[in-house]
Design a protein around this ligand. Sequence first.
Ligand SMILES: Cc1cc2nc3c(=O)[nH]c(=O)nc-3n(C[C@H](O)[C@H](O)[C@H](O)COP(=O)(O)OP(=O)(O)OC[C@H]3O[C@@H](n4cnc5c(N)ncnc54)[C@H](O)[C@@H]3O)c2cc1C
Ligand code: SF4
Ligand code: SF4
Length: 479
Amino acid sequence: MPTNTEYLSIKQVVDHGYCVGCGLCVAKSANAEMIETNVGTYIPDLNSFTSPELIAAEGVCPFSINSDKENAIAERLFGDSQEFLDGLGYYHKAYVGYANEGQFRQQGSSAGLVNWLCAELLRTKKVEAILHVKQSSSASEGMYSYQISESLEALQAGAKSKYYPIHLGQLAKLLANTQANKIAVVGVPCFIKGLRSLAAVDEVIADRFAYFIGIVCGHLKSKHFAEFLGWQAGIHPDQLELLDFRTKLKNRPASRYGFTAIPKGGSEDTWVVKAMTDVKGGNWGHGAFKLKACEYCDDVMAETADVAFGDAWLPGYTNDSKGTNVVASRSVELTNLLEKAVSEGRIVLEEVASSLVLDSQRSGLNHRREGLRYRLARNQQNGIPSPAKRIKPGLASVPQDRRTIYELRETIRETSHRAFLLAKEQNDLSIAMKMLDGVTSIHDSHIASKNKVSTIRKIKHRIGSVVRSFKSSKVEKLY
Ligand SMILES: Cc1cc2nc3c(=O)[nH]c(=O)nc-3n(C[C@H](O)[C@H](O)[C@H](O)COP(=O)(O)OP(=O)(O)OC[C@H]3O[C@@H](n4cnc5c(N)ncnc54)[C@H](O)[C@@H]3O)c2cc1C
Ligand code: SF4
Ligand code: SF4
């Protein structure tokens, strides 16, 4: 039996901020809808469900205890014949490499292997469509949304990572609008997990979704992240058309990428390119504008996907500004497809130890292993329900200075959401810049400090003043 700190209904998932906004609870309902929160994320409109629909949705929600955990799903799919490595999950082969034909690498976030694989599945007629994330055609859907691509041109128009909330609440409509019988879907780990759960109870999904392609995930950002970056590039949120989150900067390491902010109606000479290192919020480790749900996620490597791709954040690879992928294949069929393309020179892959793929995601894994252990234990102590995770709560194994780092990152997340609302309300970007700078500088000085005990004391004092500045503001509740 689940304990009361594990059981979460859909309502509790939403009320406690554990909803990642995937929309899969809505996907099967006749009338339910996703709505936008005040911090620029999606949640389901709980009033739009019938009671039986809400209960059925628990079976697909990636944060509900009634859906299977990643290990159970992955074991069913891959457990018979494959190796298992904690953090990576089951795997058949692990590689580092890049796309060597067409424009996939130049136009990709990393080295273009995700869209290359999607293209190969289309070209070889293994699928007739790709479900992935592209620029929206209507502003009401936000900058980016899940869409179906049925041609190579349509596919490539959707290259690159979107650090932007998207949902699959409109899945039934998307499927109704395509003749494609076989589809490959691209998604972050929680979306793939939710889709696997949906496929387990829905024959149409099981039949039509032929391949599940995972992208390694550190965390997802709110819509305000894009607006914050755009504003720092001189484009007011009201004037921002689009933000390309992954612009490769020549002669810089791949990890030092930039972004491109595109104003409404502007010609290409009005586009602004900036390095992520030159703006606030650009440091991934700070976790600004992160969704709270991502603090309670333990799948970095898309463990239920047939194949997962990430960035090779590894010495020896990051220096190449063109980008390099890490790959974990869990499908013998896809391994064969990849290796055939290697023999034809169309992609380049070097088989590596599976542990190297994990090494490329070390800091994300620490945050979602040791950090999650701490967050779960803290919730347990405070009587706050948490989603059921594979990681067990535990305070003893987390040193005080690490706990402080995890607390500070949560403060940065919360500050970023609140500060941006204030900045927008008062039409003054400097409010968000100052508030965010206040907390990130405390985080950075704690990391740099040799005497962690003394900085912890100072931090408590300085965080107090940031929290007091929220209380004096009009922004009281984050959805
Ligand atoms: C939210 C997010 C967080 C990430 N965090 C990490 C990380 O911590 N470490 C790491 O190594 N890599 C991370 N990645 C993955 C990385 O950015 C690249 O997506 C990956 O390396 C594949 O690069 P590529 O050049 O092969 O992809 P491309 O060839 O550029 O193709 C990308 C494909 O992914 C689809 N896509 C883009 N954004 C989304 C989305 N949000 N949801 C579903 N599909 C999408 C596109 O439509 C396209 O089909 C993250 C990606 C996202 C979206
Ligand atoms: S299924 Fe997705 S959208 Fe629905 S409550 Fe769960 S996380 Fe949120
Ligand atoms: S960190 Fe986890 S919960 Fe958040 S978007 Fe990525 S896979 Fe989903």
